[in-house]
Design a protein around this ligand. Structure first.
Ligand SMILES: [Zn+2]
Length: 301
């Protein structure tokens, strides 16, 4: 018994310096926190937003400033997704490690190609980003590239663990490849299907699946649905007979339901990111769920 408690004490003593050194990772969105947990399970990881929040607009709360102040590495989508709140956080946190251009500040969209880049945003086009669509985590291929980038960045800010990050990424990547093959095969019946969306959140996912977007409940990117715009969509939706009217968990579902009542097209509410409390803890669980929801809608059709 005595030896045991002594051993336990020794174990605590051996752990203490390690946990004190654990890397602090600040993710702007839950998917990057989830990915970081896979690649750096020993790190302290927090996310600034959750699945029921619109990542385009959050408040720069003091608790977030404190968390960013402690961070060794910040991981965000970039492509101006966080333009409305992250700069204020960076400024108030005054943490040199996570300022723009530092190794500790990773904008995934700067490392992984985005779709929908435009050279000139026409006046009155709405919330269009010249850097392209920032919701790139919803492409399973780009998620893998993001994992490669993140593991390299982890090795850069925490060089003592570089070997561990590399081997963990390699294992993760192999498992991911198997999942990709499986998803690709199961997703085949969805190819050529059509959907109505609310915002460009899932554009990468539709593209990967070969699904066509026939209408957007937003009259312009980032502009909430208006009665006039919704009325104009009724005939278009009836003509195209899409698989579903899709909105994100964080969005008000009323517009989608309004259109569903008039057209008979079902509403599908999808998470745009991971959420452990809903059983979607890892990126793989998220994609699995997204795919299954759409396959269910297709089978019910
Ligand atoms: Zn967006």
């Amino acid at each position: 018994m005595r030896t045991r408690s002594k051993l336990a004490l020794l174990a605590v003593a051996a752990w203490a310096p390690l946990s004190a050194q654990a890397l602090n990772i600040f993710a702007c969105e839950p998917e990057w926190a989830a990915l970081a947990r896979q690649l750096a399970p020993g790190a302290h990881i927090t996310s600034a937003t959750h699945a029921y929040q619109d990542p385009h607009y959050i408040e720069a709360r003091p608790s977030l400033i404190a968390r960013l102040r402690r961070a060794d590495l910040a991981v965000c989508s970039g492509a101006a997704l966080e333009a409305g709140w992250l700069p204020a956080l960076q400024q108030r946190a005054a943490n040199p490690a996570v300022q723009p251009g530092q190794a500790g500040m990773l904008f995934v969209a700067e490392q992984v190609e985005t779709i929908g880049q435009v050279e000139h945003v026409p006046l009155g086009a709405g919330d269009v980003h010249p850097e392209g669509n920032p919701h790139l985590h919803l492409d399973p291929e780009r998620m893998r590239k993001a994992a490669a980038v993140l593991s390299q960045r982890l090795a850069q800010v925490d060089p003592q663990q570089a070997g561990a990050y590399r081997s963990r990424y390699l294992r993760w990547s192999l498992a991911w490849q198997q999942r990709l093959d499986d998803w690709r095969q199961r997703a085949r019946p969805l190819k050529g299907q059509r959907v109505v969306v609310q915002h460009s959140t899932f554009d990468y996912w539709w593209r990967w699946l070969g699904i066509e977007v026939v209408a957007d409940l937003e009259p312009k990117p980032g502009v909430p649905p208006t009665p006039r715009h919704l009325n104009a969509l009724v005939a278009k939706v009836e003509q195209n007979r899409p698989l579903a009217i899709v909105h994100s968990w964080y969005q008000d579902p009323n517009s989608a339901h309004w259109l569903a009542e008039r057209t008979g097209i079902p509403v599908v509410s999808l998470p745009s990111t991971t959420m452990a409390e809903q059983g979607l803890e890892t990126p793989a669980e998220l994609f699995e769920y997204l795919l299954q929801q759409l396959l269910d809608a297709h089978h019910a059709d």
